[in-house]
Design a protein around this ligand. Structure first.
Ligand code: SF4
Ligand code: SF4
Length: 95
């Protein structure tokens, strides 16, 4: 960055202009890896739902139904915390 710029000329960064507006941000576009849910292995412990920092695990009737890819950033925490021997959520590279 040029020294002449100075901090006052920096472009505007991310600003939260109103409380509770995170639901309208499509943070899923940040992903380079995506979680793939395998319901046939899942024991419905809901660890993934508890640990997901983006609230992107879709739960209906106390059961995991899938991933909200609008918000999922692909951090892999859900897969990491999944306790099944063969992971019920695996991470795959985005195409
Ligand atoms: S990859 Fe990260 S953001 Fe996406 S569902 Fe798993 S824990 Fe949530
Ligand atoms: S952590 Fe794994 S086993 Fe537990 S609910 Fe999530 S996907 Fe299923």
């Amino acid at each position: 960055m040029s020294k002449e710029l100075g901090w006052k000329k920096l472009p505007m960064g991310g600003i939260i202009e109103e409380a509770g507006n995170a639901s309208s941000y499509e943070t899923g576009t940040w992903r380079s890896f995506k979680p793939v849910f395998h319901p046939e292995i899942c024991i419905q412990c809901l660890f993934c739902w508890i640990y997901c920092p983006d609230g992107a695990i879709i739960v209906e009737d106390s059961k995991v139904k899938g991933i909200n890819f609008f918000h999922c950033k692909g951090c892999g925490i859900c897969s990491r915390e999944c306790p099944t021997k063969v992971k019920s959520i695996t991470m795959e590279q985005e195409i």
